[in-house]
Design a protein around this ligand. Structure first.
Ligand code: NDP
Length: 287
């Protein structure tokens, strides 16, 4: 058996077309162009690429974007002052602080400073709390991209056992909360694994849907996957062979029913969901 490829790149492209139409309608009805302000501190090469991709994607969707570049040795107070200014700027609907921040800056303090209405990454404690309560204002971008892939490829979650490998605040934990939510896009039984989980393979082999968000190249192998399971690989690892996921794709695709590739899987969906959140932020702030 060779798995159906869950083509996140194609899906993201289709969704960005839909988004561009929604942005045009929003402008025609309200004379407002959604705007995203990105903040990049330091010169981390991966962060540079991510921010550039987000800006290009904004441009193509008709969303305005501006980039605030700060030196790696910027003081925390100066960064906070910039965020305060962006919070007050009525033309800015979404604020994105590209992570990771340099070590001398408290990420927690910075993310808490972003106006929750402009928090399009959904990292602010208020937005995390709303998500946990099952009434999200914004959905965090990567988990939302995973859920959208499942939805659009008509992979049901109701009653399924979903195993998520990884418990980060950015991927594993919010995704678990989303999949636990009552309703057609949730209602799953969710198990979250991490580095202290005993016998990871025993648990992953019980998954109807297995989500890998670990950051270890090709760690989840075919033997750890139940035949016919749906595999979603969030991992992005730079190796000598180029970008690879957390799943051993070549082996896994022979046993899974559906699988996301890396690249062309979850990555492009993450950016797409950020754009949708920016439009949503403009809507919420317009009325
Ligand atoms: P983190 O490093 O924040 O979290 C990794 C998680 O994996 C932790 O919970 C950790 O456990 C767990 N883990 C590590 N080693 C093992 C192990 N041997 N067995 C079981 N669990 C383990 O990573 P992120 O969540 O930020 O990212 C995960 C991956 O997803 C990375 O490759 C990252 O590049 C990628 N990513 C991709 C995105 C996309 O758009 N496609 C967006 C964000 C991330 P513990 O908590 O115990 O340390």
């Amino acid at each position: 058996m060779t798995a159906i490829i869950l083509d996140g790149k194609q899906l993201a492209q289709d969704m960005r077309g839909e988004l561009a139409e929604e942005v045009t309608d929003f402008f025609e009805n309200n004379s407002i162009t959604p705007k995203l302000a990105a903040v990049l501190v330091g010169e981390d090469p991966a962060s540079e690429v991510y921010v550039r991709n987000k800006q290009i994607a904004c441009q193509k969707a008709g969303i305005e974007s501006e980039l605030h570049r700060l030196d790696a040795d910027t003081a925390e107070d100066d960064l906070l002052a910039l965020i305060t200014r962006l919070n007050k700027d009525n033309d800015v609907h979404g604020i994105l602080v590209q992570l990771p921040l340099p070590g001398h800056i408290s990420t927690e303090r910075i993310l808490r400073a972003v106006n929750p209405m402009k928090d399009v990454d959904a990292f602010h404690p208020e937005n995390v709390g709303l998500l946990v309560q099952g009434r999200p204002r914004y959905l965090p971008c990567t988990p939302s991209g995973v859920r959208e892939i499942l939805r659009r490829y008509e992979v049901p979650t109701v009653g399924k056992h979903i195993v998520i490998a990884g418990r980060s605040d950015i991927v594993g934990k919010p995704l678990a909360n989303m999949l636990l939510t009552r309703g057609a896009d949730g209602d799953a039984t969710v198990t979250v694994c991490h580095s202290k989980t005993s016998d990871l393979a025993e648990i992953t082999r019980t998954a109807d849907i297995l989500v890998a968000a670990i950051g270890r190249p090709r760690m989840l192998t075919a033997e750890m996957i139940k035949p016919g399971a749906v595999v979603v690989d969030v991992g992005i690892n730079r190796t000598e062979d180029g970008l690879v996921g957390d799943v051993d794709f070549d082996g896994a695709k022979e046993i899974a029913s559906h699988i996301t590739p890396v690249p062309r899987g979850v990555g492009p969906m993450t950016v797409t969901m950020l754009l949708f959140n920016t439009l949503q932020a403009a809507r919420l702030q317009a009325f």
